[in-house]
Structure formats: structure tokens, C-alpha cells
Design a protein around this ligand. Structure first.
Ligand code: ARG
Length: 461
């Protein structure tokens, strides 16, 4: 069997159905360059331990470079008979270096410790690129906040008008979860920063290979503490899948807001033509497809995580072939985010906000009722009574088809003697927003501080 890494103890070749099922090159080929990098480090460890002479090491490294170029240029590809990326690359190495030298590289390593190392290398690289893409989205969103320092919109709970807030405050509320996702990726990397290379199949190697040196060569801080854990665990992969799913969820919630804001009924935003789509039958349509795809793809990211967790549950130690199923879900999550994030960022960066429409709606729905209640508290009315009195004001306004600031002084006084004409000072949207100046509040001063804090926090990530 061409390229098979096993077969010595087998009477015949594998059944074609087995080959078909077993083959993983259609997805693990993504690991080819990492595999070669691992091989370079392993060759150096073999040389240091006395299993390769200086010339042999030079020959091996030269052959690996040639192989890397051939992979890069697409001249070397896996064959249908190659079981996985490791088998294909060994075949390629032997083609270049000959069986005598090429056949020495496999000593002291197993595909089990290789694959566990390579997946970490790939995930660490993509964690870095996803972090850059997240920073771009945070920057675009924060820039929109900065560009609209005074715009006010109706803040909502239960999707009902609740209290007016600054648009900038609302936009920054979508940034902070993304900042925590950045931090999650950074924290995750500390756990991913250990190399399983040297664990062998499960029990370690007998050849005196220096796993720490291999780890450093491959950009890891150190090797793993336990060779069984090193080859059998995939919690690092699952945690990565969780973070990508969380990013998906955070994008989805932001997307949902944009979809609602973009409806005729809200009319808070217009999407740029370049970041929206049309309908094949309705010529008037302009649809928020990027936001909808973000919302939809979050389901897929969650599915990739749950599928992987289900694969891992109940697996006995150490390596089992089930573990091969870790790759496709997490590779898919990476591609999904790396395609989605730039589109989402473009959509946010080019959003046009209709601040007049937001301002028009902000006072509606009795959104200043809390301001009346808190004004009463400042007049030393208990909050219990203040809530009751304000409730009566809202009921009166509702019954008479009035907004809160449309009640006359007499009508206020009739409802409660505490409601003197001074209550009107809090019945403006601007006054309401500016008065919420406690830490983390929506007052302009606080939001400006928040923006600076956000920028500083992202800069150190
Ligand atoms: N392709 C396998 C994986 O992705 C690694 C090979 C280990 N195979 C084996 N029979 N031990 O996990």
C-alpha cells in the first residue's frame, strides 16, 4: 500500500471500504505545513539524541524544505491511497530523501502525539487572526459611537421602550462582549501553549528525545506534563470551539439589533448598498443578509461545539480514532468566522444612522417615568410612594392620550401634591440621559470615559 505507515503485521491490504472511511486528507491537509514544521523539530531532536548524524540532519532538513515548497506550490498532493496528512508527507519525504534517510524520521514519534501538537499549532495561528478581525469590528463599532456622541435612542427591555440612552452607549454595549471574547482567546492561548510532541503513542518515548526543545522549536512555552493526557485530551480544542461559538452568539445579538433597526417600522438605520442584498422578485427590496447570515451562522458554530463535546464524552484514555472527528467542526468554525467577521465589520462601518428618527421615538412610551420617580425620591418621597405616584401619572397620561411632559401643572398637582412644576426639569430626554452619570451610566461624560477605557483595554490585548 503506497504511503501506509503500518502494514507489517497485516496479511493483506485494507478493504476499499475501510480506506474510504479512514481517509482524512480532504480536511487534515490543512495541517501539512505544521506537520513539516513538527518534522523539522523532531529531526533536530533525533540528531541531538544521536540518531541522525550532521549530514543526515542537513539532508533531512533540506528534503523537508523541498517537500514544503512542493506542498506550497501544489505539486505535491495527497493520493487517494494516503490515509492521512502524516502518511502522505512521509511518502513525499521518502520520494525526495530516499527510504534510507526518509525512513528514519518516524523514530520516537506517533501520529497520536503529532496530531495533538499540530492541531494546537493551527488553532493558535487562527486564534491570532480571529483576534485581529475582532479588533477591526470593535474599532468600527467604537468609531460609530464616537461619530454620534449626542444621538439618543429609546433604550429597551423586553423590547419595550424603557429609558432613553445614548446611541453611543448602546453601540459600546455590543463592543464589551467582543472585548471579553478577545480576552478569552488570549487566556485560552495559555492553556494551548504546551506541546504534546514526545508523548509518543501514549506512554512517552524511549529514545531520550528532548520534548522541551521540540516544544520551543514549535513556539510552545513547554511540553505537556503527562503523555497520556497529551495524546488523549481535546479540551483545548473544545474550548476554542466554545469561544468561536460565543463570538457567533455575540455577533448574532448585534445582528438582530441591526435587523430590527433596519425595518421600516423602526427606521433607525440604512445599510450601505455594498453591504446589503436585493430580491430576485421584489425590485424594491434591500435586505440585511450579512446580519441574517451572522445570526444563522451562530447556530452552526454552536453545533460545531456541541458535536465535538458529544464526540469527546465517554472516550476512554488514551488515543481513540474518534478523536479524528475534532478537526472538521473546528476548521469549519474558523472558516465561518474568518469569512463572516470582515463582512460584519464592513456592514457596521458603513451603517447610516437616522438620529432624528431615534430622537423622535426616544421620549415616547413614557420612557421618562423612572425619572419622575427618582425626582420624587430626591424630594424625600419614599421610592415605594414615588413608584405609586408615577404609576398614576402614567395611567392618567395613557387615559388622556398625552405624553408625560404634556400634563399641565394642575393635572400633576391633582395626582400628588409632591408633583410641583419643578418636576418638568427631568422631563426632557437630554436631562434624563445626562442625569444617569453613575459609573457605567449613559450620561455623555461617562460614555466618553467608557470609550477611552475600551480603547485602552483593546490596545493591551
Ligand atoms: N488522523 C488521526 C487523527 O486525526 C491521527 C492518526 C492517528 N491514527 C491512529 N491510528 N493512531 O486523530
Amino acid at each position: 500500500e503506497a504511503g501506509a505507515l503500518w502494514g507489517g503485521r497485516f496479511a493483506g491490504g485494507p478493504a476499499p471500504e475501510l480506506t474510504e472511511l479512514s481517509r482524512s486528507t480532504h480536511f487534515d491537509w490543512q495541517l501539512a505545513q505544521y506537520d513539516i514544521e513538527g518534522s523539522r523539530a523532531h529531526a533536530r531532536a533525533l540528531a541531538r539524541a544521536g540518531y541522525l548524524g550532521d549530514d543526515e540532519l542537513a539532508g533531512m532538513l533540506g528534503a523537508l524544505d523541498t517537500l514544503a515548497d512542493a506542498v506550497e506550490g501544489g505539486e505535491f498532493r495527497p493520493l487517494a491511497t494516503d490515509e492521512d496528512v502524516h502518511s502522505a508527507l512521509e511518502r513525499g519525504l521518502i520520494d525526495i530523501a530516499g527510504a534510507e534517510l526518509g525512513g528514519k524520521l518516524r523514530a520516537g514519534r506517533s501520529r497520536n502525539d503529532q496530531i495533538a501538537t499540530l492541531i494546537r499549532m493551527l488553532l493558535r495561528d487562527h486564534a491570532a487572526s480571529i483576534r485581529r478581525l475582532l479588533v477591526d469590528l470593535i474599532d468600527a463599532t467604537a468609531s460609530q459611537a464616537e461619530a454620534h456622541p449626542d444621538a439618543i435612542l429609546p433604550g429597551r427591555t423586553h423590547l419595550q421602550h424603557a429609558q432613553p440612552v445614548l446611541l453611543a452607549h448602546q453601540l459600546l454595549a455590543h463592543c464589551w462582549p467582543l472585548v471579553r471574547d478577545l480576552e478569552r482567546l488570549r487566556d485560552w492561548d495559555r492553556r494551548a501553549d504546551a506541546s504534546p510532541y514526545g508523548s509518543g503513542a501514549l506512554a512517552g518515548n524511549t529514545l531520550g528525545l528532548d520534548a522541551e526543545l521540540v516544544a520551543h522549536d514549535l513556539g510552545f512555552a513547554h511540553g505537556v506534563e503527562n503523555s497520556i493526557d497529551g495524546t488523549a485530551s481535546r479540551d483545548v480544542v473544545a474550548e476554542f470551539a466554545y469561544i468561536t461559538a460565543q463570538i457567533g452568539i455575540d455577533l448574532s445579538r448585534f445582528a438582530e439589533e441591526i435587523i430590527i433597526w433596519n425595518t421600516k417600522e423602526f427606521g433607525f438605520v440604512t445599510l450601505s448598498d455594498s453591504y446589503s442584498t436585493g430580491s430576485s422578485i421584489m425590485p424594491q427590496k434591500k435586505n440585511p443578509d450579512i446580519a441574517e447570515l451572522a445570526r444563522g451562522k451562530s447556530g452552526r458554530l454552536i453545533g460545531n461545539l456541541t458535536g465535538l463535546l458529544a464526540t469527546l464524552k465517554g472516550l476512554p484514555l488514551a488515543y481513540n480514532r474518534d478523536l479524528q472527528e475534532d478537526k472538521e467542526p473546528v476548521f469549519d468554525s474558523i472558516t465561518t468566522l474568518e469569512v463572516l467577521l470582515p463582512a460584519f465589520t464592513g456592514m457596521v462601518a458603513t451603517l447610516h444612522f437616522h438620529t432624528d428618527r431615534m430622537a423622535e421615538l426616544a421620549p415616547q412610551g413614557f420612557s421618562l417615568a423612572t425619572d419622575i420617580a427618582e425626582w420624587l425620591v430626591k424630594q424625600h418621597v419614599t421610592f415605594r410612594d414615588a413608584h405609586e405616584i408615577t404609576g398614576a401619572v402614567v395611567k392618567f397620561a395613557e387615559d388622556h392620550g398625552l405624553e408625560l411632559d404634556e400634563l399641565s401643572d394642575e393635572q400633576f398637582a391633582q395626582i400628588s401634591p409632591h408633583l410641583t412644576p419643578e418636576v418638568r426639569t427631568v422631563l426632557t430626554i437630554e436631562g434624563s440621559v445626562a442625569s444617569r452619570d453613575g459609573s457605567g451610566g449613559t450620561a455623555g461624560v461617562r460614555v466618553r470615559e467608557q470609550l477611552a477605557a475600551l480603547t485602552a483595554r483593546v490596545r493591551v490585548l
